[in-house]
Design a protein around this ligand. Structure first.
Ligand code: BTN
Length: 330
């Protein structure tokens, strides 16, 4: 959905900037559409959940306050600063996986920045083949298509870029310290509140496109998590104490992703990694990394310039870890 072509969005803009009622005639003149078309858009907006009052011979006024928790394509696009991230936006009430949809759109040549959001996912994909718990009405599940012209081996940079953008956005809504766990889990008070799954469509040595899939537990209550996850996972609401407006959060996330992406394209990975290190608290800690074929325990001595995790093992060897699942040893 492109903002400039969305009459529903234009109507919401007109009504929200007006002081009182706006006549159907004025809306029809401003948008260059018939009065019947205006009426049809108003009905569609009401079905989406907007409270629009109609006064005989007065026109329409927006009854719903901004902060109603509404979450749909219009509430996200309305006020979106980002120039290309989130444009166009494909919004679904429910879908198997926003990543799967974004991969399909990417293969069909969707432009860079195109994004998918779903209110719920039936088969949300996590890392290492796990499921991502995706109930409706509470969280953000989004996938963004990026087409960076960088070598294949730099694809992993996008993981760090996404993690920085997510951590920065959560920090704007929560006073508690937000931390990244290598490479891209986002935690508050030791509990995971967001995860990132990068999927790649590439040719032999060239990235065709990347899908950055981001799941943020925003307003989910602890009792909504499967019991097995309650010790390790949480939500921004549970950890910070205040609900988060999903539309506001999404807009800020898209702006942050766009900001870091532009920095990355202009200045390379250095500034992104520097920002990521500002959220990383693993240095000096003992951790076990589970990889597909083995597991290593050691003390973290940092990450190198390309984001590779460096562990010093008990026999003083330095292990370079390219991918894996980190668990801290207490
Ligand atoms: C992880 O395991 O930490 C990564 C979780 C990624 C979940 C998100 S939710 C939106 C997007 N769509 C998916 O199917 N997965 C990602």
């Amino acid at each position: 959905m492109r903002a400039e072509k969305n009459h529903g969005l234009e109507i919401i803009r007109l009504l929200s900037s007006a002081d009182g009622f706006v006549s159907g005639q004025k809306i029809s003149a401003c948008l260059g559409i018939s009065r019947t078309a205006v009426w049809k858009h108003i009905s569609a907006l009401r079905k989406l959940g907007f409270l629009i009052k109609a006064g005989p011979s007065k026109g329409y006024s927006l009854g719903a306050p901004r902060k109603t928790g509404l979450f749909n394509a219009i509430t996200v696009i309305n006020g979106l600063d980002a120039g290309f991230v989130g444009r166009p936006l494909h919004f679904y009430r429910t879908i198997a996986s926003t990543n799967a949809k974004a991969m399909e759109l990417g293969r069909n040549l969707a432009p860079e920045g195109a994004a998918v959001i779903a209110d719920s996912q039936q088969a949300g994909k996590g890392r290492m083949g796990r499921l991502w718990v995706s109930p409706p009405g509470v969280n953000l599940y989004t996938s963004i298509i990026l087409r960076p012209r960088v070598p294949l081996h730099s694809a992993q940079n996008m993981t760090f870029l996404s993690a920085v953008s997510v951590a920065e956005t959560i920090s704007s809504f929560c006073a508690k310290r937000v931390v990244v766990k290598w490479p891209n889990d986002v935690l508050i008070q030791g509990k995971k509140v967001a995860g990132i799954l990068l999927e790649l469509y590439s040719e032999a040595d060239r990235i065709n496109f990347i899908v950055a899939g981001i799941g943020v537990n925003l307003n989910m209550r602890l009792k909504q998590f499967p019991p097995a996850l309650r010790k390790t996972a949480s939500s921004v609401l549970e950890e910070c104490g205040a609900p988060v407006d999903r539309s506001d959060f999404t807009r800020m996330l898209y702006s942050n992703i766009e900001k870091w992406y532009k920095i990355y394209l202009r200045h390379g990975f250095g500034p992104v990694l520097h920002a990521w290190k500002g959220y990383f608290d693993g240095e000096g800690r003992t951790m076990t990394v589970n990889m597909q074929d083995r597991r290593i325990t050691g003390r973290c001595i940092g990450v190198d310039d390309s984001g590779v995790l460096l562990l010093k093992t008990p026999d003083n060897a330095i292990e370079r870890i390219l991918s894996g699942d980190v668990a801290f040893e207490r």
